[in-house]
Design a binder for this molecule. Sequence first.
Ligand code: FA5
Length: 344
Amino acid sequence: MKERLQELKQEALVKVKEATTLKELQDVRVAYLGKKGPITEVLRGMGKLSKEERPVIGELANTVRQDIASALDEKKESIEAEALEKQLAEETIDVSLPGRPAPVGGPHLLTSIVEEIEDLFIGMGFEVREGPEVETDYYNFEALNLPKGHPARDMQDSFYITEDILMRTHTSPVQARTMNAIDGSKSVKMICPGKVYRRDTDDATHSHQFTQIEGLYVDENVRMSDLKGVLDRFAKQMFGEDREIRLRPSFFPFTEPSVEMDISCKVCHGEGCHVCKKTGWIEILGAGMVHPRVLEMAGYDSQKYSGFAFGMGPERIAMLKYGVDDIRHFYTNDIRFLKQYHKA
Ligand code: FA5
C-alpha cells in the first residue's frame, strides 16, 4: 500500500506539472483528491490492515494528499500569475504614442474675414448694424433714389418675391433704415454686414448670393477726403501698407459723386490673370457721397448734413487677401479648402 501511495503521488505530481490551464489543474485535483479518487480508495481499504500498519499508512496517505494539494495550489498560483502577466503585457499602454486627433471645427473663411473687417471699422468708430435679407422695394430701391422704372435698377438684377418684396440686392437698404429710424436728428457712423442676392451668373468672381458690408457716415461737414482717408486706411490695414488702390469715377443713384475702388490683384501682382480678368485690378467696393435726395428722404437737412457711404464684397476681399482663385470655393464647402484657413 505504501508503494501504491508513493506511485499515486508521483503520478499526480507529474500531471500537476504538465497541466497548463486552470481547467486541467482542476481535473487533476478531482481525479486524485476527489471522493472517488484512488487515495480515498486506498484509505477505504485500511480496514483490512493490521493495527500497527494502519496509523503508518494513514499518516502517509495524509502526507501524500497534502503534498499533492500543495503542488496543485502552487501550480494554480503560477498559472494565474502567468495569465496576469500575459494580460498586462497585452494591455500595455504606450503613453509615448501620438493621440488620435479629435476633429475641431473653425470659423468659415468668410466669417473670419467679415469679423476682421468689422474689427477694423469698429476701430475707426463705426457701429455694427443689421437689416433684413427679405426687403421691401422701398428700402432696397426707392429710398435710395431709385424710383420704380428707373433704368439704374437694371444694375442689380433682382429676385422678387412679390411686386413690392424682394431678396435685397445690396446692403444699402440698411443705410436708409438706419437714417430713417433716427429721422435726421443726429450723426450716424455704421457698418452693416450681411447676405445679398442677385440674378448674376456664377463664375470665378460672381455669385448669385454673396456677402456685402455697407458703410455709412453722416454728420456735419463730412467730405470726400474723409471717405478717401477711411478707404485708404481700410485697404492698407487689410492688405498691407504697400497695396495700391485706385478710385474710378462711377455711378450709383444714391451717391453723388460716386466712385469705384479697385485694388491691385494679389494673385498675379498686376500682370493680369483670370481672377482680375486680365486687368491687374479687382473691383472691391463702390462708394460715394450720400446723395442729398437720399438724406432728405431719410429726414436730414442736406444743407447741414453730408455723408459718405460704401459697399464692399468680402468674398472678393478674401480672394485677394488669400489668393483664392474662385468665389465658388466659399460655397461648395470642400473641407480641404476650408481647413486651410482654420486658425489654431
Ligand atoms: C453696390 O451694391 C452698392 N450698393 C455699393 C455702394 C454702397 C455704393 C454705398 C455706393 C455707396 P455694386 O453692385 O458695385 O455696388 O456691389 C458692391 C460690391 O459687391 C462689388 O464691388 C463687389 O465686390 C461685390 N459684388 C457685386 N456683385 C457681386 C457678385 N455677383 N458676386 C460677388 N460679389 C459681388
